[in-house]
Write a protein that binds this ligand. Structure first.
Ligand code: PMP
Length: 346
């Protein structure tokens, strides 16, 4: 393993080995010890660097990919950025089908990283030909020598975290971890990390974080896909309107649902109290801890690890924009005044 004070051959050498950082304020009113695995320290600023590098290198090992080939993916942004980054270093073309829910910043960033981007409507069903799943599938069929990463249904997504995130957390906590809290989108992060950790200690509690408007929590509890659960929500990267094959529901003990509004305020509070500028789903995962803490779920010696998937800079036009917060109706006059904290000298 390389350390940050060494010299690196390229950015890909810096994927993984992210720090575990103590939360000193966010959960201080609860019993227990709380730490964040801060994935924005990856060179592509998110946990998706791990799966992009792992899946592409596995394809190379199997002889499926050779330089000049095209890599295709569906993505809310982070996976696309990571695949684009890996593609640059390794010499592939990168084509991305993204949801129209993704921020303009994210789309600009993907283009900056050399990717060809297709923006697809967010609020259509997964089998609609305009959905980003169907668009990616069609492009894959049309393009010779292309590989479709398909993170939602690719078991290698789970393996990437089983082989990296899980062992890192086990080592960093010296085996003391008692709870893992992680958002579930594809489910790769929580499934792979939990599988490794539970093999070391089956008593570790694994808590998934889901959005209102997503089918995941109900499916975990009933194994029923209930379309009635589906409605639009704002958090990107969390929850789903289908059941992802990259989620291993058996290693997850329970799901907690969080609202767009609570998660947004919590994300902002992390910046102001911990000095960590992290993404919307980091707010969502911390919000789940607050909800569990209010129910008295944590004990003095508990060692809770929460995964912070990405960096706050990706949400400047959304959760970190006062204008956007107001437009969503997330500000009342009280917290609007507190958040603005700005004075114009005329
Ligand atoms: N947070 C963000 C910002 C994401 O982009 C994703 C990935 N969709 C997740 C959380 C969830 O990670 P996973 O897909 O591994 O469940």
């Amino acid at each position: 393993m390389k350390h940050r004070n060494q010299v690196f051959d390229n950015v890909l050498d810096l994927v993984g080995n992210t720090p575990l950082i103590k939360l000193n304020k966010m959960a201080s009113k609860f019993k227990g010890n709380f730490y964040a695995k801060v994935e924005s320290f990856n060179p592509g600023q998110s946990s998706k660097d791990r799966i992009a590098l792992y899946i592409i290198e596995e394809a190379e090992k199997k002889g499926i990919l050779s330089p000049g080939d095209t890599i295709i993916e569906t993505t809310s942004g982070n996976t696309g950025f990571s695949i684009a980054m890996v593609s640059i270093i390794k010499g592939y073309d990168c084509v991305l089908a993204v949801s129209s829910k993704s921020s303009a910043d994210k789309i600009d960033m993907l283009k900056t990283m050399g990717a060809k981007v297709y923006v697809c409507p967010a609020h259509v069903s997964a089998d609609d030909p305009r959905s980003y799943y169907q668009v990616a599938k069609r492009l894959h069929e049309e393009m010779k020598g292309s590989v479709y990463i398909n993170q939602y249904f690719n078991e290698l997504n789970i393996d990437a975290h089983y082989k990296s995130t899980g062992p890192e957390i086990w080592k960093q906590t010296e085996g003391k971890i008692t709870h893992l809290v992680a958002c579930s989108g594809t489910g790769g992060t929580i499934s792979g990390t939990a599988k490794y950790l539970k093999e070391q200690n089956p008593n570790i509690k694994v808590i998934g974080v889901d959005a209102y408007g997503s089918v995941i929590k109900k499916y975990h509890e009933t194994r029923e896909f209930d379309e009635k659960e589906i409605y639009p929500y704002r958090i990107e990267g969390l929850g789903k309107n289908l059941i992802p094959g990259a989620t291993d529901f058996d290693v997850i003990d329970e799901f907690v649902k969080v609202t767009d509004e609570d998660s947004a305020h919590t994300a902002r509070l992390i910046a102001r109290t911990e000095g960590m500028f992290v993404g919307y789903t980091s707010g969502a995962a911390t919000q789940a801890i607050l909800q569990l803490g209010e129910k008295g779920r944590f004990k003095k010696d508990d060692y809770v690890v929460v995964i912070y998937p990405d960096h706050g800079s990706r949400y400047m036009s959304k959760v970190y924009s006062d204008k956007w917060m107001s437009e969503q109706g997330f500000f009342d006059s009280l917290n609007e005044a507190a958040a603005q904290n700005i004075e114009y000298i005329k």
